[in-house]
Ligand binder design. Structure first.
Ligand SMILES: [Zn+2]
Length: 76
């Protein structure tokens, strides 16, 4: 573990003191925020339009929407 200093005001200091393991809590919060950010970043990739120009969004791992994938498979 590598230490980092955190500056708290009187209110947040009291709140931090109530945490049984403040360091663990901070690590969990940071990871949780990072996971949220990552899932947000993945979303735009999944929201690309179907290459068939049908106006539907692509499904994961495909260039087509679900409907066009059934018709055309994954071929362009
Ligand atoms: Zn389509």
């Amino acid at each position: 573990m590598r230490p980092i200093n955190v500056s708290l005001d009187s209110v947040t200091w009291e709140l931090a003191k109530q945490k049984p393991n403040f360091s663990q809590w901070v690590r969990d919060q940071l990871r949780s925020e990072d996971n949220k950010r990552k899932s947000h970043e993945q979303r735009p990739n999944n929201r690309k339009k179907c290459v068939r120009g049908c106006g539907e969004f692509r499904i994961d791992d495909s260039i087509n929407c679900a409907k066009c994938r059934e018709i055309y498979g994954d071929e362009i």
